[in-house]
Design a protein around this ligand. Structure first.
Ligand SMILES: C[S@@+](CC[C@H](N)C(=O)[O-])C[C@H]1O[C@@H](n2cnc3c(N)ncnc32)[C@H](O)[C@@H]1O
Length: 216
C-alpha cells in the first residue's frame, strides 16, 4: 500500500470531481486518457460483472437482496443494475453535479434513494445493507486512515462488498487516485473472505472486481 504523504488534498479531489461532472455523458466517470469509444462496451461489461456478483451474494444469502448501498454512484451508470437486483438501493456521491445527473437518469426507479455525502463521513453508519458496491471510487480516498475507517465501517454495516478498482493501469493514474490491491482492502477488513474476482479490461487498463464476504 502507498504510504507517502500526498501533496494532493481531499479538497483538490473534490474540486477535480466537480470539474469532471461538467464533461459530457460517460466521460464524466471514465478516464479521459482512454478512447471514448471504449466507454459504452466497458460500461456494459461492468454492469454484467456487478450483476453477477450481486446474484452470487443473493445465492449465498439464500434470499433476494433487500438493501444495497452504492458508494460513489457518479451519474448513476450502474445504479439501475443495482436497482434491478435489490429491494432498495441507497446511492451516494459527494459531487452535486454527478448526483443531479444520477437523479435525472434514474428518475423512473422507485426503489432508489440518492444522498449527497462523502464516504469519509460514513453516512451509512447505523444502517444495515446486504451489499455495498463501490466501483472506481475508493482509489480517490487518498488518506490511508480515512480509508481504513471507511472499510471498517462497511465491514460492520454490510454482509458483502462488491469492490472494483484498477489492478493495473496502462497509463499512470492521476494524482487524484491511489491504486490499491484487493489484498490491501482485505487487510483493512479483518475476518473478510474473498468469494471471487473477475477482471475487466478497459483499453489497456485492467480492473479487478472482487466479491468479498464480510464478517458482519
Ligand atoms: C470514477 S467515478 C465512478 C462512478 C460510478 N461508481 C461508476 O462506476 O460509474 C467516481 C465517483 O466517485 C465519487 N467520489 C470520489 N470520492 C468520493 C468520496 N470520498 N465520497 C463520495 N463520493 C466520492 C466522485 O464524485 C465520482 O462520481
Amino acid at each position: 500500500m502507498y504510504n507517502s504523504a500526498s501533496i494532493v488534498t481531499a479538497g483538490d479531489v473534490t474540486e477535480e470531481w466537480r470539474q469532471r461532472a461538467q464533461r459530457e455523458g460517460l466521460a464524466r466517470v471514465m478516464r479521459a486518457s482512454q478512447p471514448a469509444e471504449y466507454n459504452a462496451d466497458t460500461t456494459e461489461r461492468t454492469r454484467q460483472v456487478v450483476a453477477e456478483q450481486l446474484r452470487t451474494a443473493a445465492r449465498e444469502l439464500a434470499r433476494p437482496l433487500s438493501a444495497v448501498l452504492e458508494i460513489g454512484c457518479g451519474i448513476g451508470r450502474l445504479t439501475p443494475t443495482l436497482a434491478a437486483q435489490a429491494g432498495h438501493v441507497t446511492a451516494l456521491d459527494m459531487t452535486p453535479g454527478m448526483l443531479d445527473e444520477a437523479k435525472t437518469s434514474c428518475s423512473e426507479l422507485s426503489n432508489v434513494e440518492f444522498e449527497l455525502a462523502r464516504a469519509e463521513d460514513l453516512p451509512w453508519h447505523g444502517r444495515n445493507f446486504d451489499v455495498a458496491v463501490s466501483v472506481w471510487v475508493l482509489m480517490h480516498v487518498l488518506d490511508e486512515a480515512a480509508l481504513a475507517e471507511i472499510c471498517r465501517s462497511i465491514s460492520h454495516s454490510c454482509r458483502y462488498f462488491v469492490l472494483m478498482e484498477y489492478a493495473q493501469a496502462a497509463i499512470p493514474v492521476s494524482e487524484w487516485s491511489r491504486p490499491r490491491t484487493v489484498d490491501d482492502y482485505l487487510a483493512l477488513m479483518p475476518g473478510a473472505q474473498l468469494v471471487e474476482t473477475q477482471e475487466l479490461l478497459y483499453g489497456g487498463d485492467r480492473s479487478t472486481a472482487a466479491l468479498i464476504r464480510l464478517p458482519g
